[in-house]
Design a binder for this molecule. Structure first.
Ligand code: DHB
Length: 395
């Protein structure tokens, strides 16, 4: 369940392994495509896509060998590649989605858009299933039922699947943050060669990129901020004041084409298996966006899940293979999930100002940033987390 990047990558991998399956997605393909999402892929995510035969990222993505941390009005480069041998790629999630959706279509994949799951059935049995409404089909709105060996919930942070886990068996770890991101797409050339993560006395700002003509920028705001109250001038004023410094750095301005507030929180659900249902991606865990880990974690989950499912089916699948084998999935992904939770929470806390922050805490955060950038060990710690903990990609 779920036709975002996690669901579609799993579908593609299952197809290459000859495992029959159906993808049910509640939205239309266009709705997913039009939702602006994050932009950074770790080296291991790029390897995953390339190994799966999806190599447009290497031609059309932008490889980034470093990022800048900016505080006290000065930028400090973190040489990701020099420190770890790994780079990251700027390649928006919507492009990953397009590559996967196009490939599933070309391979005749059974992806049902506008398929709303209304009920999950018989999870504790060998034949779980779902009841769903086929709004995308020719008959429109028909109620259907589907039975299967295994159900995968890759249905996002508002997951229907996750909510079917019995409360008594479910541990839900949640951390809320007292700030959100105001995200904009602007029509303007790049203001800096690499991404700039800025901590300032006015709050956090992130200068990211999209194309030669459009850029993606974010600034910390209140979770209840109403984006309609912000005109272009106010947005640019806020961004400029956060990045300003003695070096005279300024952003190149242009019309704001999209604006929205992104609330975020850290969450992890355990266990990720209940009966014959397994959770993957945002359905199982969400991270604050500061370390750009969300999509990367989802793709990493799916690679392991595919491996575990292939073994499970090879050992006999339904009725014959041991369901405990399926728990291998949770055991294998948990460490990366928690490392990413730590990394994202750490980056967030170091770079954002807490609304009720004391002068002491503000100065302590700047000292943390300075200690980090002045130490090669500190820079490497950041670079290892930012580029992911997977294998090194060589050119
Ligand atoms: C982008 C988003 C992030 O959360 C991040 O850490 C870096 C870049 C982006 O949308 O470009």
């Amino acid at each position: 369940m779920g036709g975002g990047p996690a669901g579609l990558l799993l579908s593609h991998l299952l197809h290459t392994s000859g495992i029959e399956h159906v993808v049910l997605e509640s939205r239309t393909r266009d709705e997913i495509y039009r939702t602006t999402r994050a932009g950074i892929l770790e080296a291991s995510s790029v390897s995953t896509l390339v190994d799966a035969g999806l190599d447009r990222v290497l031609r059309e993505g932008d490889r980034h060998d470093g990022i800048a941390l900016r505080f006290d009005g000065e930028s400090h480069r973190i040489d990701l590649h020099g420190l770890t041998g790994r780079a990251v790629w700027l390649y928006p999630q919507t492009e990953v989605f397009t590559d996967l959706a196009d490939r599933r279509a070309a391979d005749g994949g059974d992806v049902r858009w506008q398929a709303e799951v209304t009920e999950v059935l018989d999870l504790g049995t060998d034949h779980p299933g779902v009841r769903w409404t086929d709004a995308g089909g020719a008959a429109g709105g028909t109620e259907r039922e589907l039975r299967c060996d295994v159900l995968v919930g890759a249905d996002g942070s508002h997951s229907t699947c996750r909510h079917t886990l019995p409360e008594s068996l479910r541990r839900h770890y949640v951390h809320e943050y007292p700030y959100a991101w105001f995200g904009v797409i602007v029509e303007a050339p790049r203001s800096a060669p690499e991404l700039v993560y800025t901590a300032s006395e006015h709050g956090f700002a992130l200068i990211s990129q999209r194309t030669e003509t459009h850029q993606r920028l974010y600034f910390q705001c209140d979770p209840d901020e109403d984006p309609s109250g912000w005109d272009d001038e106010r947005i640019w004023g806020e961004l400029q004041r956060r990045v300003a410094g003695g070096d005279g750095f300024r952003l190149v301005e242009g019309p704001v084409e999209e604006r929205s507030v992104l609330r975020f929180r850290s969450s992890v659900v355990e266990p990720v298996r209940h009966g014959r249902m397994l959770l993957a991606g945002d359905a199982a865990h969400t991270v604050p966006p500061t370390g750009a880990k969300g999509l990367n974690l989802a793709l990493a989950d799916v690679v392991v899940l595919h491996d575990v499912l292939t073994t499970w089916f090879a050992r006999g699948g339904n009725g014959r293979a041991d369901d405990d084998l399926l728990d291998e999935y949770g055991r294998r992904v948990s460490e990366r999930v928690w490392r990413a939770q730590h990394f994202s929470a750490w980056m967030s806390r170091m770079l954002h100002s807490h609304p009720a922050e004391s002068g002491f805490e503000a100065r302590r955060r700047v000292a943390e940033l300075r200690t980090l950038v002045d130490s090669e060990a500190g820079r490497r710690f950041l670079a290892e987390g930012y580029t992911g903990w997977g294998p090194i990609i060589t050119e």
